[in-house]
Structures are given as structure tokens and as C-alpha cells.
Design a protein around this ligand. Structure first.
Ligand code: HEM
Length: 447
């Protein structure tokens, strides 16, 4: 792993080839989004795209991505990807502008404090056990659906622990519709398409209303009880800014939706990809089983086991490199500026893609190979080279939560089960703003 990735003295800029009249690069982007984006560094460090009537720039060089993400006042949340997401997340932590961000981040940070993690991990362990309890030797499961059930149960439980088995809350059904809807909307760069009253758009609006009703009821219940349930909602309710002001119910609602949306599909996708990668790399899987047999001896993984599971952790890091669930994001330029020596006008959309960065052969030799041991070095990757959780002020607040959940789930499941995808079926990603696998089945074998 490179510890230093020296910026060149001059960054190159170009327009991506192959743009069509009117539509520009939209067809290429929609048809083969991952290959299209991963191919952009071949044209320049900063590449301009035409997306219908809009121009967008893609920062392809790690150093430009680092600048983009650390100068969050010049490059604020916004642009085509973020604007669509904001319709759903509201002004929650992930989508609010820089001006509102510092206050929110300071108020919410305690929810993810190191001291709270063992408590969340205990809830995670229970939900992992609950999700896998009905499994039998020889069963065939839809892997992404099962992993999504698991992470929904975990996130809902850690948000609303007071509702003993959060899995029974109707948030699951609404979140399913919303998550898919957001992904599709973000990938539809043509303006106005999501306002057409199609059945899909109507289902989406209804799911948003249902979720609003559920969270409104839960917030009222929690406020009435006034107890700290050691869960995320309790922290949101007790959060105060420097002037002693708490969050309003509407702000709490936006944060709840943000945590649900930001936490569920990302971790579910990580787990689903990990099973495909382990099945395709039996030598790594054998070593994983050896680690788990030594440390766990068949029992579920707990928070205190984490330091003894280094290979499991490397498998998660390498899965996030090959398949970063948040694979493309945008920012908006707030004032005329220069990036890498090139002019960017105020209002321009600028994109960056962890997927693109992680597939750069000059940073990760043999980038398409699944090799968890590339993380054996103790050196940290240079900023901007590995960014599954982003970078700078807007870096993921749930990074440790998400990786803890992924490591516990892989360890607990792989200690007892071998998951083998049904042969003859290539697992492909959905065309969405999140890099998730399409439905695929696998057979469960009891170890
Ligand atoms: C493997 C799992 C996860 C991945 C890959 C992931 C990825 C990311 C990325 C890339 C960002 C930065 C977005 C940007 O720069 O525009 C982000 C932000 C965020 N994530 Fe995560 N995330 C994961 C899990 C979670 C979990 C479990 C939660 C909460 C329970 C969460 C909550 C958030 C929030 C609230 C933000 C906005 C942070 C801010 O702007 O201050 N994420 N995530």
C-alpha cells in the first residue's frame, strides 16, 4: 500500500470523449456506469462530462479528491447527486450545507462515541443471531435480501432500542421502497423525471409519508418516557448546541431518516459482496475459517473479539475497496475557483468516485484482484487514495459502527456457515447510486 502518493506538478484536464448531441454522456453513464467512470482517469486528472443540459467535472486524481473534500466551504454539498438525495434526507447531517454542518456534527458526534460502541455491538450480535436463526443446512437464500434484513434489523434496533425487537417495526417496508427509489432517482440525471406521477413515484411518496408517521410516533413516545435507552434516538433527543438549544422534532426526523438510509444499504452491500468474494477465493475463505475456529470456536462474535479478528477486518477493508457502496458523490462549487490549476465556475457540479480511485492501478497494483493481505502493512493509505467513507469534515460519522457491524456479521456467520452462490450466475451490480449487487441466491452449508 503506498504511504505517499506524490501529486504531479501539473494536473491534466480534458472532456470525456464520446458525448452525443443533446444527451452528452448520459447514455454511456447509464449503460455501463462503473466501467465508464473507472475509465475516466485515462483522459485526465480532471474530466468534464456533459449530462444532458448540465456540465459536470470528475476529480480523478487522489490529490484533487483530497483538496475537494477538505475544502468543504468551496466545494459544498450539492450538485446533481446530492440535490436528489436531499429531497429524501431533508437537511440531515449527510445532506445539509457546510454552514449548518458544524453545529449538527458536534451535536450528533456523541451518538457515535467510542464508549457507545460496545453497547451497539451487543445489540448487533443479537440481531445477527436473530436474522440467521431460521437458517437450515442446505437452504437456498437470496443473499442481498438476507443481508438487507440483517442491517435493517441492526440499524433500527440501535436507533430505537426501546422497541424490543425493532425488526417488527414497519420501517422495514418503507425503507425498502425509499432506498431503491433514491438510488434510481440519483442515477436519472434528467431534471423533473421523478415528479411524473408514475406508480413507482407514487409508491415512493407514500413510503416517505409512512416513515414520517412512524418516526413522529416514536419521537413522541421517547419524549414522554424521558429515559436514556442507550440508543441513537436517545442521543438525538438529548443533543444540545452551544446555546443549549436541542433539535426540533423535524430535525430529529431528518437525522433518523439519514441514519437509516446511510447505514442500512451500505453495510448490506458490503456483506453481500464479501460473500461473493470469499466464495470466489477459497484460499482466503479457508484462512478466515481458521481464524474464526481459533477465536470463536463456533460461538457468535462479540465486541471484545474484534482485536483478535485481523483477517476478518482486512476482508472488510478489501471488500470496501473493490465495491465501495457509496461509489459516486457530488459537490457544488460555491465561488469561482481553481482546482489543480484549472478554472471551475461557481455553481458547477463536481463529482468524485471512490470506485474510480480504488481501481487505479498506480495506487493499488492488480486493482481487480481480491487480496486482503494488501492491507497487512501498518501504513495508512495516502489521503484521497482509499475513501469508502469519504474524507474531511463530511467523512462518514458511522464508519466504525458500519465496520464493526460488518466484521461481527462476517465472523458470526462464517464461523457456522459456508455461503456458496448458485453456480452459473454472474453477480452484477444494480444501476444505482449505491454499489449493491443484484439479487442472487446461494446455498447454506453448516460447517
Ligand atoms: C459500510 C458502511 C458505510 C459506508 C461505505 C458509508 C459511506 C459513507 C460516505 C462515503 C460518506 C461521505 C459522503 C460525502 O462525502 O458526501 C458517508 C457519510 C455519512 N454516513 Fe456513512 N457509510 C457507511 C455506514 C454508515 C452508518 C452505519 C451510518 C449511521 C448509522 C452512516 C451515517 C452517515 C452519515 C450521517 C453521513 C454524513 C456525515 C456528515 O456529512 O457529517 N454511515 N458515509
Amino acid at each position: 500500500m503506498p504511504t505517499h502518493f506524490f501529486p504531479p506538478s501539473r494536473f491534466t484536464a480534458a472532456t470525456a470523449p464520446g458525448g452525443l448531441p443533446l444527451l452528452g454522456h448520459v447514455p454511456a453513464f447509464i449503460r455501463r456506469p462503473f466501467d465508464f467512470v473507472a475509465g475516466l482517469p485515462a483522459h485526465g486528472d480532471l474530466v468534464r462530462l456533459r449530462l444532458g443540459p448540465l456540465d459536470a467535472y470528475v476529480a480523478c486524481h487522489p490529490e484533487l479528491v483530497r483538496r475537494l473534500l477538505t475544502e468543504d466551504r468551496t466545494y459544498d454539498k450539492g450538485g446533481i447527486v446530492l440535490d436528489k438525495a436531499r429531497e429524501v434526507f431533508g437537511d440531515g447531517l449527510a445532506t445539509c450545507p457546510a454552514a449548518a454542518h458544524r453545529r449538527q456534527r458536534r451535536m450528533l458526534q456523541p451518538a457515535f462515541h467510542r464508549d457507545r460502541l460496545p453497547g451497539y455491538a451487543a445489540m448487533m450480535a443479537e440481531e445477527i443471531a436473530g436474522t440467521t436463526a431460521p437458517w437450515h443446512d442446505g437452504d437456498t437464500i437470496d443473499v442481498p435480501a438476507a443481508m438487507y434484513r440483517l442491517t435493517t434489523a441492526v440499524t433500527a434496533r440501535c436507533l430505537f432500542a426501546a422497541h424490543e425487537r425493532a425488526g417488527s417495526l414497519p420501517v422495514h417496508a418503507s425503507m425498502d421502497v425509499i432506498t431503491r427509489g433514491v438510488g434510481r432517482r440519483v442515477m436519472m440525471p434528467l431534471p423533473g423525471a421523478d415528479r411524473i406521477p408514475t406508480p413507482g413515484n407514487r409508491r415512493f411518496r407514500r413510503a416517505q409519508q409512512d416513515l414520517k408517521e412512524i418516526t413522529t410516533r416514536l419521537i413522541a413516545d421517547y419524549r414522554a418516557a424521558g429515559t436514556d435507552h442507550r440508543d441513537l434516538l436517545s442521543v438525538l433527543l438529548s443533543a444540545e448546541d452551544e446555546d443549549g438549544q436541542g433539535l426540533t422534532d423535524a430535525e430529529i426526523h431528518d437525522q433518523v431518516v439519514t441514519f437509516l438510509l446511510a447505514g442500512m444499504e451500505t453495510t448490506a452491500a458490503t456483506l453481500s459482496w464479501a460473500w461473493t468474494l470469499l466464495a470466489a477465493n477459497p484460499a482466503v475463505r479457508d484462512r478466515l475459517h481458521a481464524e474464526l475456529d481459533t477465536v470463536l470456536d463456533g460461538r457468535p462474535a462479540r465486541h471484545q473479539d474484534l482485536p483478535a479478528l485481523p483477517l476478518t477486518a482486512r476482508i472488510v477493508s478489501e471488500t470496501l475497496r473493490l465495491y465501495p457502496p457509496v461509489w459516486i458523490l457530488s459537490r457544488t462549487v460555491t465561488a469561482d475557483t481553481r482546482l489543480g490549476g484549472h478554472h471551475l465556475p461557481a455553481g458547477a457540479t463536481i463529482l468524485f468516485s471512490p470506485y474510480l480511485l480504488h481501481r487505479r492501478a498506480d495506487v493499488f497494483p492488480c486493482p481487480d484482484r481480491f487480496d486482503p493481505d494488501r492491507w497487512l502493512t501498518t501504513a495508512r493509505p495516502a489521503p484521497g487514495t482509499y475513501a469508502p467513507f469519504g474524507l474531511g469534515a463530511r467523512r462518514c460519522i458511522g464508519d466504525t459502527f458500519g465496520t464493526t457491524e460488518a466484521v461481527l456479521a462476517i465472523a458470526t456467520i462464517a464461523a457456522r456457515w459456508t455461503i456458496t452462490p448458485t453456480p452459473g450466475h454472474r453477480v452484477r451490480p444494480t444501476r444505482s447510486s449505491s454499489l449493491s449487487p443484484r439479487p442472487f441466491t446461494a446455498t447454506l452449508a453448516r460447517r
